[in-house]
Design a protein around this ligand. Structure first.
Ligand code: SF4
Length: 110
């Protein structure tokens, strides 16, 4: 079964907010034609990524983000499978390893 090794879960990776104010876990997906793929994949939930309406904490715990993360187990969201099909350099990390969302508030204080 195809699996995604999400680089956006690594602690040195940063999320991306596009010019329309939508939050993305990385800067690879929010490019043509992946934006349309994400909108199709999330449907109405895409609006849950709008930073004008939701905080970063709310977005990180939104149904939209949960759906995206669930897709990593079986590669059902094709752009993530394409960009993150290979394990990290040491080959030890998978979606079930001890990874965590980036704490943007912590980064702001540094
Ligand atoms: S392509 Fe998908 S899994 Fe990879 S870093 Fe971006 S959002 Fe995360």
């Amino acid at each position: 079964m195809p699996q995604v090794y999400p680089k956006c879960k690594a602690d040195h990776q940063l999320p991306y907010i596009d010019a329309q104010g939508y939050y993305w876990p990385c800067c690879w997906v929010p490019n043509h034609p992946n934006i349309a793929s994400m909108r199709r994949f999330l449907g109405d939930r895409f609006e849950q990524l709008d930073t004008a309406r939701y905080s970063i904490d709310e977005i990180n715990s939104s149904e939209a983000m949960q759906l995206l993360e669930q897709s990593w187990a079986d590669g059902t969201f094709e752009p993530c499978l394409r960009f993150c099909a290979k394990p990290f350099d040491d080959g030890s990390r998978t979606t079930t390893d001890d990874m965590f969302m980036i704490d943007l508030k912590r980064k702001e204080r540094q």
